[in-house]
Ligand binder design. Structure first.
Ligand SMILES: Nc1ncnc2c1ncn2[C@@H]1O[C@H](COP(=O)(O)OP(=O)(O)OP(=O)(O)O)[C@@H](O)[C@H]1O
Ligand SMILES: [Mg+2]
Length: 156
């Protein structure tokens, strides 16, 4: 289990880490983000989406819970951006079709507030934990791939 731990000192750095992370993703992958309000999960996801060729502006899908993004290029994977902040029960996960989305082998799934779906994450996923550090604009970002597949450890 290889792990990358980086200190981000501004939102642009977090975004850039998202862009770089996109290069390590394949169709079917899940990225599970953990971290408090304002930790930078959406900022990181914006970078991932940019890296995946998605042009639409990404905002936290607070009211929709699940946003689906595509590109004009059919060879690129569909991306699901899921924000589980408001999800409080297994039943609510069922209602948004969580298991169906997660088992979509051709899509990339990006999950904010993965604390709320811990028991239902796939066997293998990329875990991204963001932690606010003492300095206002600093975040520790920990990236680790859980499960079998070896990770390309190329983030700088
Ligand atoms: N190093 C940093 N990385 C990311 N965001 C930062 C950083 N420093 C400051 N910020 C600020 O922190 C905020 C992060 O907001 P963001 O919406 O990405 O958080 P979030 O984790 O998605 O929160 P929520 O749980 O509310 O969805 C932004 O206002 C951003 O400008
Ligand atoms: Mg967010």
């Amino acid at each position: 289990m290889e792990e990358t731990i980086i200190t981000s000192n501004c939102e642009e750095h977090t975004y850039e880490l998202g862009v770089e992370t996109a290069n390590r993703l394949s169709p079917g992958d899940t990225v599970a983000l953990f971290g408090d309000l304002g930790a930078g999960k959406t900022e990181f996801i914006k970078g991932v989406c940019h890296g995946l060729g998605i042009e639409d502006l990404v905002s936290s899908p607070t009211f929709t819970i699940v946003n689906q993004y595509g590109t004009d290029d059919d060879s690129r994977p569909t991306v699901y951006h899921i924000d589980l902040y408001r999800i409080e029960s297994e039943r609510e996960l069922d209602e948004i079709g969580f298991d169906e989305i997660i088992s979509d082998a051709s899509a990339i799934k990006l999950i904010e507030w993965s604390e709320h779906c811990q028991d239902r994450l796939p066997a293998e996923y990329l875990k991204v934990r963001l932690t606010q550090l003492e300095e206002e604009n600093s975040r520790q970002i920990e990236i680790v791939r859980t499960g079998a597949r070896p990770v390309a450890n190329t983030l700088s």
